[in-house]
Design a protein. Sequence first.
Lengths: 334, 306
Amino acid sequence: MQLHYLFRRLGQFLVVLWGAATLNFLLPRLAPGNPVRERLTNAMAQGGLLQEGIEDMVRAYNREFGLDQPLYVQYLSYLGHAFRLDFGYSIAQYPRRVAPMIWEALPWTIALLVSATLIAFALGTLLGALMAWPRAPRWIKWLAGPSIAVSSIPYFLLGLVLVYLLGVVFPIFPLSGGYDVGTMPGLTPRFILDALRHSLLPALSLVVVATGAWALHMRGMMVTTEGEDYTTYAEAKGLTDRRIFYHYALRNAILPQVTALALSLGHVVSGAVIVEKIFGYPGVGSLLFQAISGLDYFLIYGIVFMTVLSITFATIAIDLVYPLLDPRIAYRRT
Amino acid sequence: MASTQLAAPVQPVDEFVAARDRTRAGSVLAYCRRNPQLVAGLAIVGLLLGIGLVGPLFVDVREAQPTSVMIDQPPSQEYPLGSDDQGRNLLAAMVVGIPLTLRVGFVAGSFGLGIGVVLGLLAGYRGGWIDAIIRMVVDTLMTVPALLVLIMIAASIKGFISVWIMGLIIASLAWMNPTRIVRSQVLTLRERAYVQVARLSGMSDLEIIVRELLPNMLPYLAAAFVGAVSSAVLASIGLEVLGLGPQNDPTLGMTIYWANNFNAILRGMWWWWGPPILVVVLLFVGLFLTSAGLDEIANPRKRKQA
């Protein structure tokens, strides 16, 4: 049964990738006036230093993707390239290939996202649990209102406000970038500290908003588990508050939170893309923005494909870890 | 089997049927007092709609276009929200922009809900392989980061984006949640006694759907609609802040984009980006409260969860 489920999820994974690659292939061909070709012609017409490079590139692109072949051959060759994570050349920075540009930006984004998501998830879950806990300090209950307000703000808008408050009005944090111009990227303590300092503001805007959302969700779940018979029984048995809180109420309420985490990843990443842009953080989001403004189609398609790939992968990973948290589930659901 | 069910008195088993009847019989006002979230939410959304309706009576909306007033003016008596780098009167831009942003949300929300109702009914009522396929597609698409796919589509047709096209693009990925909600409701309603009575008395499938199922799902449909509008507005503002919005319309997101593009934050021009952000936050809080309130109607026993 478990194996069956695993295969189903893997199938889903492949379908998503195939869909994303196909969309990548079809969009420029279906959109009015084939934007990719138009962009290439424009780049050629602009001439200058780039001209030779662009012509080279068009030739290389035609050769690699076989644009003189019938459509289905093009499609198959495109799929082949996509599954080897090869998305061709960047139009704006010709001799560079798209894949290494993405690999370069990826660690920044992953570091920012993973830490922000984990912090927000832990903080929000605990806060939400306490909000619903009758014996929690009073002030925690007052946080419910603000969390509703905060959780409905898009990450990037809070980011803008934070830049203004903590970067311009009270210049505590650097305004943008991932590290100071003077520091050399590398695994030195100085660089790491500097990178941390630069990532605090973008991380803060992600954490604050996401914490509010997790807290609200958790509060709803806690109210339910607190009303369950096993909690009443634990109270009647005279267990300590602490034990009831962690081992009975919170333990059972946390399960839907993990499901929600798997489902929310796409949303978090989408929001983070724009946050990065606002903070000029050197991750995938800024690269994407740069690609959009330069109409660097291959880079755009490459980034979207890579992001879809990583998110579907992470979602499946969370899903497969889930039985560890909830032994009742052996994936027998159809 | 059928006769026992026919004989059983038809009770308003559904909580929301009971709630609806109470509302009809009792006063709407009393209900409002019990559901302040809904009232507050609707009031906020209504207020924002009102700005779009009444605003043009007080402000010259032509000044929402570039080069119509002096540039970079801080708020003053003449221009209460100041002006931007390209000479838009920002108050006029807000008056024009709020309804535009709402329109994107409503267009995408309506199409999303429409598609969701059709697919959800098909999946839930017909079942079988249709259900299996629809469910698989929905489950698969739910894990895809919608905004990124939208970015890809919008970037490919960048020059052609208008408010309507934007709504349609967003609608293309706004139907999964409504589909799930409708499907799960149909699954529970399908087996209810009154639907079986209708079926036994010879009603056609279409009649059952239109006369029995849909009316009983109204609160859920309303909640699904509000949810779809809210995520559509979020997606539209995301696209716009990245510069993929309608270039010539001062929607809220485009105003934020221009402000960011012209470094309004570093230059301390808070009147440029502050009001649109405030309105967007208000709008989201309003939509959140509305959907929480609708959830109370649909599900009075359950507390709002997300």
